[in-house]
Ligand binder design. Structure first.
Ligand code: GRF
Length: 200
């Protein structure tokens, strides 16, 4: 069982989907710590489940002090791999280096298109007919690490944002647990920025 640290900033739907997959026995992991940089519904939900949680206000503390206390909490919880599930901060190169090829992020676009905040809004404003979901390994650069899984989502310009968002999120909730499973099973290998998924 891989001991996961899951970092969140928002609603926590990806955290809930991952936790459900773990509880159902589809991902050989345990959620050792849920960490947040702000109060968030995701954190409230984690507390309700009785999960160990960490909260520090990254804006008030600054990145260095935030990551120092986060690092201590991750060590105390013996976290072996990190999952960024709607975590709205960029980790420092030093923290990323502590978990080589063991940090996953889910992003609501087909990277490298539309990195950064509000990727769905960016895609709709650009008028794309296809967007999607990317799960990638985290490097020190924003939304730029090696791609593990990707899946397209069709966009009909006649439909509203809510419909596109719902389809993107449904894909996220399937793809993130799948990628975490591959990581926990030791099946993700990197060659530079290329990811090979080896047979289990
Ligand atoms: C997701 O769309 C994720 O890809 C993005 O932020 C959103 C978080 O949603 N980075 P939730 O907090 O998991 O519900």
């Amino acid at each position: 069982m891989t001991r996961l640290g899951v970092l969140v900033s928002g609603q926590g739907s990806n955290l809930r989907a991952l936790y459900a997959a773990i509880q159902a026995g589809r991902v050989p992991a345990t959620v050792a710590l849920v960490g947040a940089d702000r109060e968030a519904p995701a954190l409230t939900w984690a507390r309700e489940q009785g999960l160990a949680t960490f909260l520090a206000d990254a804006r008030a503390l600054g990145r260095a002090a935030f990551e120092e206390s986060l690092g201590r909490a991750l060590d105390a919880a013996q976290v072996e791999a990190l999952v960024l599930a709607g975590f709205l901060r960029v980790l420092s190169p030093a923290l990323v280096a502590r978990y080589p090829d063991r940090i996953l992020n889910v992003h609501p676009s087909l990277l490298p298109a539309f990195p950064g905040l509000d990727a769905i809004g960016q895609a709709l404003a650009h008028g794309v007919r296809v967007t999607g979901v990317t799960v990638h390994l985290v490097s020190a650069e924003l939304d730029a690490g090696p791609i593990v899984l990707q899946e397209p989502v069709a966009v009909d310009p006649a439909e509203g944002r809510a419909a596109v968002e719902a389809r993107v999120h449904a894909v996220e909730h399937r793809l993130l647990p799948e990628a975490v499973r591959l990581l926990c099973e030791g099946r993700i290998r990197t060659r530079g920025r290329i990811v090979d998924i080896v047979e289990g």
